[in-house]
Design a binder for this molecule. Sequence first.
Ligand code: FES
Length: 118
Amino acid sequence: MAVHRVARTEDIPENTHLIVEVDNRSIGVYNVKGQYYAIHNRCPHQGAELCKGTRCGTTLDSEVYQFIYGRDQEIVRCPWHGWEFDIKTGRSLFNEKIRTRSYPVLVEDGFIGIVLAH
Ligand code: FES
């Protein structure tokens, strides 16, 4: 296991993200409401650069004909065909078995580190 420092916390303000290269992997590092998450920058559908997609929220579970928007900035929508993924877990919203890899993040001494198992 290795921790790769990729940015300082001020490099990724709240609700922004950065795409970094670590160990020949492209990874999106996201600040979601003050918490950091990292996901592989590759869509499991056809390989688009997922982290270049739009950030958004989604409709929450609700009654019929009721549409409640929530989880703003927690979802990334693939730029090619619109599949949506939870930034916190890398899982697809429509099928949790489909996912892009997510990586643990450590914040230490003002640096954001991505944990990779080797
Ligand atoms: S490549 Fe991402 S939805 Fe198709």
